[in-house]
Design a protein around this ligand. Sequence first.
Ligand SMILES: Nc1ncnc2c1ncn2[C@@H]1O[C@H](COP(=O)(O)OP(=O)(O)OP(=O)(O)O)[C@@H](O)[C@H]1O
Length: 259
Amino acid sequence: MIKVEQLSKEFVLTRKLKKELNTTEDKAVAVKNVSFTCEPGKIFSLLGPNGAGKTTTMRMLSTIYKPSSGSIEIGGVDAVAHPQEARKKIGFLTGSTGLYARLTPNELIKYFADLYQVEKHDFEKRKKYLYDLMDMHEFQNKRIGKLSTGMKQKVSIARTMIHDPEIVVFDEPTSGLDVITAENIITLIRNCKEEGKTVIFSSHIMSEVDLLCDDLAIIHKGGLLYQGSMADFKANMEAPNITAEFIRIVNQTKTQHND
Ligand SMILES: Nc1ncnc2c1ncn2[C@@H]1O[C@H](COP(=O)(O)OP(=O)(O)OP(=O)(O)O)[C@@H](O)[C@H]1O
């Protein structure tokens, strides 16, 4: 279970950033007062347009960023007070997941398995499952630096999942992948759900969200616009389809802000 309450994150802007962003503000508010709960055995999707605050939220859940205020509970652990304990329960995938270019996928996966103290038998089983699922056998001994973007993404996913975490945090998991691999990732996410894991993933692809998620939250400009089940979202739609409804909700706030 992931429980987030009144979560906020402000970034202090350096002189260089102020110039880049063309602002005189000293701080940028990336996430403000966001609360939601992700249940075990369910897939939760965090949706929002570019710059909404999705990655910042995911990074706070994964203990990479410390929140400016608010609380995060990860599998019963206070992730703000005890980040290391919370981290053991999480598999976190992000676009910038560190990969060591000089290592091979096999070496990297083994390194992380050792870091998480995965037993040899579990490691072999888990590795086979992930390599089969993502068709990774062919390039398992090539240097990561020489792999394609999609192959690197597969290695990132395998590294994230090798310790069989109870909570899975995926920031745009299918980004940069071909349709076949994207399908396999969707299968992996579904399997996580069936195994009773808590899954949260961010996306701006509504069709993917529709395929997968049980519950969803929409954020825009750091604030929560919608939270509920996918079934309720669909039942109460005012627009003709889910993509149009997503756009309608986001635009509605734009209009309110302009008033
Ligand atoms: N390190 C940082 N310093 C200053 N501002 C930041 C930093 N990281 C993010 N931001 C700002 O916070 C806001 C939210 O960014 P974030 O990356 O969380 O959005 P996102 O929803 O993941 O967007 P995208 O879909 O484009 O990846 C943006 O306005 C961004 O410019």
